[in-house]
Design a binder for this molecule. Structure first.
Ligand code: HEC
Ligand code: HEC
Ligand code: HEC
Length: 386
């Protein structure tokens, strides 16, 4: 049922697919008979020692995933005490067999048997290779050929996770949108931030040449805004838990208007229905942007200048707290690539801001505004920035 989560390109952007996607859908509809979807082969099919189950940087992917990556244990989480509590609160007999949980923690549970190449594939794989890389049937054999390029593999159906828009769509399918009933039952709130999360996920790969964390951050935030907009748009009775994080993310991204002429502006956006297509376009365009450290610094300077917003006492405190929550995560990601000496000087201020944004109920906008203003002054004098 949630085949979409592990399907070719992550969730299709609603409500209006891009022209290209429309074209592909049209083309698919025009085919004489629907081609069967490629089947899943299971993690054991990647695990031979000559493939990804070996040692050394070229072959260690399975070991990293199994030993260090929480995704390999996502199924096990569903049998722990906290899950039992959540399930009880929802009136679900068992979390491990409910698609309300397995759709993210054990995606194979919801895939029909006919979508598996082998009978031996088990839902207890948790979030495994094909949850992110796509069903392997069509590329499993060919992708090892030495004359095969990455583009050839992608043509054969390997999901192109090197492309940040595609990657963000894959991660966000499980990392942002949660039924409100689940949060009410005690599930942790989800907050997608691709750069930080990609850093905490133990890497079984090496980012290549033109990798920029802040670019991943921006694509991730835009995709998160798109997903929240979609959820808000269809919610009949959206509570504050949906509306506040949405508004905070919109506020944050509006600060980037005019950053680069290729990126669409969000300033005129007021409703979730308006935000949805712009956020999607922003994510796509940002993913294709030639990034530079000047852009990173520009964003950092703009976000630091929001001390004026925090000093505005007409904005409700809860809204300010949500904004601060997103902002400190952003500053953390954007400060990383600043020059070492500058970053070292800003470190204590960033720490203080983090501490001030820790607790929503205790949030004090004036203090936060003050600390942020101090950082802005330091930045201006130390770096000669605007
Ligand atoms: C099929 C669903 C799914 C996909 C796709 C997925 N994740 Fe996860 N991820 C989960 C689940 C479920 C957990 C929680 C595991 C647990 O604690 O049981 C998790 C946990 C994590 C964690 C640790 C907790 C946290 O939020 O810091 C990180 C980091 C993470 N994922 C990063 C990523 C990144 C980066 C991607 C995309 C490349 C991704 N995930 C794709 C389902 C998914
Ligand atoms: C939309 C995807 C999604 C769904 C659906 C989902 N989870 Fe999660 N779950 C996650 C992610 C992602 C995390 C990691 C969050 C983090 O650490 O920030 C997580 C974390 C958890 C945790 C805390 C981690 C731990 O080790 O204690 C528990 C418990 C949990 N989920 C249980 C459940 C149960 C039970 C259900 C069904 C009622 C469920 N989840 C449904 C994505 C999901
Ligand atoms: C949570 C998502 C996720 C899971 C689960 C996952 N991967 Fe990956 N993998 C990625 C991302 C993101 C990249 C980086 C983009 C790329 O190189 O394609 C990557 C890269 C790779 C690479 C390229 C390595 C390099 O340095 O170029 C290989 C090989 C790979 N993964 C194999 C596996 C195998 C085998 C498994 C299962 C044991 C697995 N992956 C599970 C997300 C995932």
């Amino acid at each position: 049922m949630r085949h979409d989560i592990i399907g070719p390109d992550g969730p299709p952007p609603r409500p209006r697919p891009s022209c290209l996607l429309t074209l592909v859908l049209f083309w698919a509809a025009a085919l004489p008979a629907a081609e069967p979807l490629p089947r899943f082969t299971g993690a054991p099919s990647c695990s031979s020692s000559l493939c990804h189950g070996g040692a050394g940087e070229l072959r260690h992917q399975v070991a990293i995933w199994q030993k260090q990556d929480i995704h390999s244990r996502a199924y096990n989480t569903l049998v722990n005490a906290r899950s039992a509590q959540i399930a009880a609160a929802l009136g679900i007999p068992e979390a491990v067999t409910s698609s309300r949980c397995t759709s993210c923690h054990a995606p194979f549970h919801d895939v029909p048997k006919s979508a598996f190449l082998a009978e031996t594939i088990k839902a207890n794989e948790g979030v495994s290779c094909e949850s992110c890389h796509g069903p392997a049937e069509k590329w499993l054999r060919s992708h090892t050929r030495s004359d095969y390029s990455h583009a050839d593999r992608v043509l054969a159906g390997l999901r192109n996770l090197k492309h940040l828009y595609v990657r963000a769509n894959s991660c966000v399918a499980c990392h942002q949108t949660l039924e409100p009933a689940l949060t009410a039952a005690g599930h942790p709130e989800l907050l997608f931030e691709m750069d930080g999360q990609a850093v905490s996920q133990p890497k079984h790969w090496r980012e290549k040449g033109d990798w920029h964390g802040p670019k991943a951050w921006l694509v991730g935030q835009a995709v998160a805004l798109r997903e929240m907009s979609a959820q808000l748009n269809v919610a009949t009775n959206p509570g504050e838990k949906l509306r506040e994080p949405w508004a905070a993310t919109l506020w944050l991204l509006q600060k980037l208007d005019g950053l680069d002429s290729a990126l669409p502006a969000l300033n005129a956006t007021v409703t979730a229905a308006q935000a949805h297509p712009v956020a999607d376009l922003l994510a796509r365009r940002a993913a294709d942007l030639d990034w530079s450290s000047a852009l990173t610094r520009d964003i950092f300077v703009r976000l630091v200048a929001t001390h004026l917003d925090f000093a505005d006492t007409s904005t409700p405190r809860v809204i300010q707290a949500r904004r601060a929550e997103r902002l400190v995560l952003a500053l953390d990601r954007l400060a990383g690539p600043l020059e070492n000496s500058l970053r070292a000087q800003l470190e204590p201020d960033l720490k203080e801001l983090f501490a001030l944004a820790q607790s929503r109920p205790d949030f004090m906008p004036e203090k936060f505004a003050h600390a942020l203003h101090q950082l802005a002054r330091k930045l201006a004098t130390k770096s000669g920035a605007r």
